[in-house]
Ligand binder design. Structure first.
Ligand code: LLP
Length: 435
């Protein structure tokens, strides 16, 4: 009876991943052991230790190809938002697949160039680009800046003049659209720090037209992240189209429409994420047929391709609650505590044990240090492993050394091969830059 219950539960899970990508091959139980592609997760734990971020190459390829196929009707570029995951091996893979890069700092531009991105496929957004970063981006010959204020426009113009180059730009326009997502990751709403306010957009283009060292290429907007409703993207696009029309009436041609990123993924079985094709089929008709498009997906390329493998250090019952204490903490994956984000947690060994309501917590001295609360999980013994799923986006990238915990290892799986793509940091690394 219990066995049947478990099997049906896991079938649901496998179906859930199947809908979202490459299916059974990506995350599946073989007998009682959980695998990513053809690699057993307990083997990864033995070889590389825990906690460890693990990525599936075929899931990344599949996710990117979905975007590429959807865009094939138009000229344009899929720029991976590398803030989600900036491991060089993953960036290199995406560059080889033909991705461009969406960057938000000089450091990200540096990483992308090192990973082999063509600079002419790199776009650069961010409200606080410093003079050094602007000069670095110009000297690196990136594709374009997504300019977010009048003062930034002045700074770019001056620096371009100083080093005798032309700066290609789009304005990031804030369309004043409020999508349904966590308030910390809404960016297109009136009153947020992002972009040129909607009402100032036309004026921004007229100002830019007067600048000697600026070349206007297009328009950009990004309204937020983990958005599951295509309607919000469409509303933003319709508002952006009005700006495009007004700007073009003033004799300024906008060749590129950059629709930003933000497409959500299915962290829970109840969520339904639109496909890139569904998104684009809503957005393309809003604009004139000759427009070229840029998309900046991050989460929808890498979230469901990455998972965090953790070991149970201890289990205990306290105040009538069951706890599994893992070696992964909020410094390794901050999303649950920062955004109250839900990540499905799966014991990597299937058992017939009864399920118990459990909090999965880390070793850090804060009550906010949890991976999941009130989860129905079979009892995992001390030394057993858990997989915290769908953590490829904003997982490792947002991790820190808080509590002097060295940064984790990362492993990329390709079929039956697992490759270490980032060494686990050591105690010595903690002191590396101290003087
Ligand atoms: N383009 C721009 C200008 C962005 O600011 C972002 C994300 C993206 C593209 C990529 O958005 P995506 O496709 O990944 O939704 N740390 C938060 C998410 C912050 C999003 C910031 N901007 C989280 O863990 O949920």
């Amino acid at each position: 009876m219990l066995k049947r219950h478990f099997d049906s539960e896991y079938k649901v899970l496998i179906k859930y991943y199947k809908i979202r990508g490459v299916g059974r091959k990506m995350l599946q139980f073989k007998k009682d052991d959980l695998y990513i592609e053809q690699v057993k997760l307990s083997d990864i734990a033995k070889e590389y230790g825990t906690s460890t971020y693990i990525y599936s190459k075929s899931q990344i390829v599949n996710n990117f190809e979905n975007y590429k196929k959807a865009l094939s009707l138009k000229e344009g570029l899929i720029c991976f938002a590398c803030k989600t995951n900036s491991n060089g091996a993953i960036l290199k893979l995406l560059a080889e697949l033909g991705a461009g890069a969406d960057t938000t700092s000089g450091g990200e531009i540096y990483r992308c160039l090192k990973a082999g991105f063509d600079p002419s496929n790199i776009v650069y957004a961010g409200v606080g680009k410093t003079a050094e970063e602007i000069e670095y981006a110009l000297k690196s010959k990136i594709f374009m800046f997504n300019v977010e204020s009048f003062e930034e426009l002045d700074a770019i113009d001056k620096i371009a003049g100083k080093i005798k180059v032309k700066a290609k730009i789009a304005f990031r326009v804030n369309p004043h659209v409020d999508p349904d997502t966590h308030s910390y990751i809404v960016t297109g709403k009136k009153g947020t720090k992002f972009g040129i306010p909607y009402e100032d957009a036309v004026n921004a283009y007229l100002t830019a037209k007067q600048k000697k060292n600026i070349v206007i290429l297009g328009i950009h907007s990004h309204i937020g992240s983990q958005i599951l409703d295509v309607g919000s993207f469409k509303l933003a696009a319709q508002k952006i189209k009005k700006v495009v029309d007004a700007v073009e009436k003033n004799g300024i041609k906008l060749e590129y429409i950059n629709c930003g990123g933000g497409l959500g993924v299915e962290y829970t079985k109840k969520q339904k994420a639109p496909s890139p094709k569904q998104l684009m089929s809503e957005l393309f008709p809003v604009f004139d047929a000759d427009k070229k498009f840029i998309f900046e997906p991050g989460r929808s390329i890498i979230a469901n391709a990455g998972h965090l493998l953790a070991k149970v250090i201890y289990k205990k019952v306290s105040g009538g609650k069951s706890f599994l204490i893992t070696d992964a903490g909020m410094n390794d994956l901050i999303r649950p505590t920062l955004y109250e984000a839900y990540h499905e947690i799966i014991p990597v060994k299937k058992t017939d044990d009864k399920k118990v309501k459990t909090d999965v917590v880390g070793p850090i001295c804060e009550s906010g240090d949890f991976m999941g609360k009130d989860r129905m999980l079979s009892v995992v013994e001390q030394g057993g492993y858990l997989l915290i799923t769908c953590a490829g986006a904003y997982g490792f990238a947002m991790s820190s050394e808080y509590n002097s915990r060295p940064l984790l290892a990362e492993v990329l799986i390709d079929g039956d091969k697992a490759v270490l793509i980032r060494k686990r940091a050591t105690y010595e690394d903690l002191l590396l830059n101290e003087v």
